[in-house]
Design a protein around this ligand. Structure first.
Ligand SMILES: [Zn+2]
Ligand SMILES: [Zn+2]
Length: 271
């Protein structure tokens, strides 16, 4: 176990990762999110020619997944960027952006899976963990305190661009996939959307000329075991029931929530 030996961090149990973790203070991460938005030209949740319909689709599905996720350190926000590439990413402080390229290609279940995957990164605090490993708590606290004007602030955008071009660690990606299956299923969305979206972008890659790999895929390498793990997680959820009030999950034979007595529902869409 690691201890928090400087300002700006705390050691807490995270229900998403089921681990005790030393992680950046959520208030500091939110402040870094504001700095990153200013540095990256993302002042608005709507970037470029995005229709009201596209915005409403992402925000409705996002809100539905957010209600079914593990408790989050901050309220999550959803934005849309006009861009043909298949991409979605998460800024510090829980702002999730989806490119219109994904909206054009994905069914609602698949879009829910992509958003749930990004939500997995938020719940597991993967952005904060990347930043604290890359820059260290002291630098992050300084950047947040200087609100983007100090000499160290450019390092934040550099670190995030590096993350968005290389992607998270393989371990973090597998963890976000596992959480994506859990959250979409809990939200009453068919978690098979994750598998079918993976398969869709695999086909997309084969049809494309070399060197034009969609970004969400290039930063999320689709090894066979990612698809295999997603299928295994879906299998594990079969026959399980959940409480529509508190979200707690139970084996198939239980009928009422032990906590609040609510009749349990079957996981819809899990075949
Ligand atoms: Zn990811
Ligand atoms: Zn309950």
């Amino acid at each position: 176990m690691t201890f928090c030996l400087s300002a700006g961090c705390a050691t807490v149990y995270n229900p998403a990762t089921e681990r005790e973790e030393t992680v950046l203070d959520p208030a500091i991460e939110s402040a870094l999110g504001s700095v990153a938005k200013a540095q990256m030209g993302l002042a608005s949740l709507k970037v470029g020619r995005v229709t009201g319909e596209q915005m409403a689709r992402v925000q409705a599905i996002g809100a539905r997944i957010a209600r079914s996720s593990d408790p989050l350190a901050f309220p999550v926000q959803f934005g849309v960027i006009q861009d043909k590439t298949l991409n979605a990413f998460t800024l510090p402080g829980g702002t999730i952006y989806v490119h219109t390229g994904i909206l054009d290609k994905a069914s609602d279940d698949e879009l829910a899976a992509v958003i749930a995957h990004e939500m997995g990164h938020v719940a597991a605090r993967h952005v904060a963990k990347h930043l604290q490993a890359d820059l260290g708590f002291t630098v992050l606290v300084n950047i947040a305190a200087a609100a983007g004007v100090g000499p160290e602030s450019a390092r934040l955008a550099d670190s995030l661009y590096g993350l968005f071009s290389r992607g998270f660690s393989r371990r973090d990606e597998l963890e976000a996939d596992r959480l994506a299956v859990r959250y979409s299923s809990r939200a009453g969305v068919d978690p098979e959307g994750l598998v079918s979206f993976f398969e869709k972008i695999q086909r997309e890659e084969q049809e494309r000329p070399m060197g034009r790999v969609p970004v969400w895929q290039s930063t999320h390498p689709l090894t066979g075991d990612r698809i295999k793990q997603a299928k295994e997680e879906i299998e594990k959820l079969k026959g399980r029931r959940f409480c529509p009030v508190c979200g707690r999950e139970y084996p198939g034979q239980v009928r009422f929530c032990e906590r609040d007595g609510t009749p349990l529902k079957e996981k819809r869409g899990v075949r």
